[in-house]
Design a binder for this molecule. Structure first.
Ligand SMILES: CC(=O)SCCNC(=O)CCNC(=O)[C@H](O)C(C)(C)COP(=O)(O)OP(=O)(O)OC[C@H]1O[C@@H](n2cnc3c(N)ncnc32)[C@H](O)[C@@H]1OP(=O)(O)O
Ligand SMILES: CC(C)C(=O)C(=O)O
Length: 383
């Protein structure tokens, strides 16, 4: 592990699961095909992600079967996990039959635990019923040989008196992992630490955090969960997912690297991963934040470009991104000279800069990049 001022502030470094191919399908208007799934899953594994969550099996004929099969073919069923919604025993049995048919090894049970979600999806069940339901679903799956993660859907909003007995019941029934879903953004990082501490205190527990990003807190809450003892984080590429998105994978992995000195992941695939996923999701041109975006390492002064260490704790090449100079509205002869260097275009730089500023003010359209300055210089020569 690299040297880091904060290296000791997490009890351990977390495993990573990626939910892009599953959570994206719930946000509306996004549908990855098997080809995208294959490329995304392969890049995730190259990056070092432990588990790829893909699809939802709710019974024969589910349209996610193709995605699940494509992902298995690309990275193997051991590295894939498939979601099963839990409503009652019969429905669980059908979903497990389908999971078995597809060769699924890891399942993630989605069980609503907060009063709000349980009322909506199960009809105001008692706390006791939730425990019975979880026990029943988990023992069915364990008897059939699945690796089982069970969730508390809207778990972050579930009172401790209801959540702790539920999670305890799940582990007693043989579950391998519990996923606390911050389905609706609800907790601050320090509140997250308290909730997770209650869960890691349960005998034999292994905890994963799955946060949604409506309040921009998903990365901070995921790291807070790990600080309180969670062993797994669930994230998505570009944060693609429902309800304000999920914990964005690139920001999470680069935070682990920069803040906690974590060198386990090959971050150089992240920019390509982001391009592929955003394009596949049809979200390519939307403004995004974070280190894999086209503007993440764009500078407006040549001096910044030649001294990147003054501006970057995270070098562009570490995440497979590139630096570039973007000329904005404050054009100067020095900047124009830089933009034209090596282009073979020979103009009087002072005169061209004055002409360009005047044209810009007239048109109200700023010249945004090096290429645009070069095109304008050709116009200037022709004028
Ligand atoms: C608004 C509501 O109340 S929602 C509840 C209504 N919905 C349902 O019951 C869904 C249909 N039920 C089922 O699918 C199944 O009964 C399950 C999954 C809940 C449990 O299945 P199984 O593991 O096969 O258990 P089984 O039905 O035999 O019951 C096991 C135990 O749980 C108890 N139990 C079952 N359902 C409930 C319930 N709704 N509330 C409290 N306890 C329950 C049983 O009384 C039994 O207790 P016991 O062992 O002390 O005799
Ligand atoms: C819908 C479920 C699976 C989820 O992503 C969540 O609870 O956040």
């Amino acid at each position: 592990m690299a040297e880091s001022a904060n290296e000791g502030s997490l009890p351990r470094l977390p495993h990573l699961s990626d939910a892009t191919l599953r959570d994206s399908a719930h946000m509306g208007g996004v549908e990855f095909g098997p080809k995208d799934a294959t490329v995304i899953a392969e890049l995730l594994v190259k990056t070092g992600i432990d588990l790829v969550e893909v699809g939802m099996v709710s019974g024969p004929g589910s349209k996610d079967a193709d995605l699940v099969l494509a992902t298995h073919e690309a990275i193997g069923p051991e590295r894939s996990m498939t979601l099963v919604v839990v409503r009652d025993r019969e429905q669980v049995k059908k979903a497990l039959d389908e999971a078995e048919r597809l060769g699924v090894r890891h399942i993630m049970y989605s069980i609503p635990t907060s009063e709000q979600h349980a009322k909506l999806k199960l009809g105001s069940p008692s706390a006791k019923f939730l425990n019975v339901l979880a026990r029943s679903a988990i023992s069915q799956a364990k008897e059939r040989g699945f690796h089982v993660t069970f969730s508390g859907e809207d778990g972050a909003r579930t009172p401790k008196e209801r959540l702790v007995p539920y999670v305890t019941a799940g582990f007693e029934a043989g579950a391998d992992r519990f996923r606390l879903a911050e389905t609706v953004a609800y907790l601050s990082p320090w509140q997250m630490e308290e909730v997770i501490s209650d869960l890691t205190a349960i005998d034999g527990s292994e905890i994963e955090i799955h946060s949604h990003n409506m309040l921009g807190m998903a990365v901070a809450n995921s790291l807070a969960a790990v600080r309180a003892g969670a062993q797994w984080i669930s994230a998505t590429v570009g944060g693609i997912g429902e309800r304000g998105g999920n914990a964005p994978l690139a920001e999470l992995l680069t935070s682990l690297r920069v803040i906690h000195g974590d060198t386990r992941f090959d971050l150089t695939h992240l920019t390509e991963l982001s391009r592929v996923a955003l394009r596949g999701a049809g979200l390519g041109s939307a403004f995004q934040s974070g280190p894999t975006t086209p503007h993440a390492f764009a500078y407006e002064l040549p001096g910044q470009l030649s001294n990147p260490e003054a501006y970057e704790t995270l070098p562009a090449e570490l995440v497979g991104n590139t630096r570039e100079l973007r000329v904005r509205t404050r054009l100067t002869p020095a900047l124009v000279k830089w933009a034209l260097a090596g282009s073979g275009i020979d103009v009087d730089v002072e005169a061209f800069t004055a002409w360009l500023i005047e044209r810009q003010e007239r048109n109200g359209a700023p010249v945004l990049d090096q290429e645009a300055v070069r095109k304008a210089a050709i116009d200037f020569q022709a004028a």
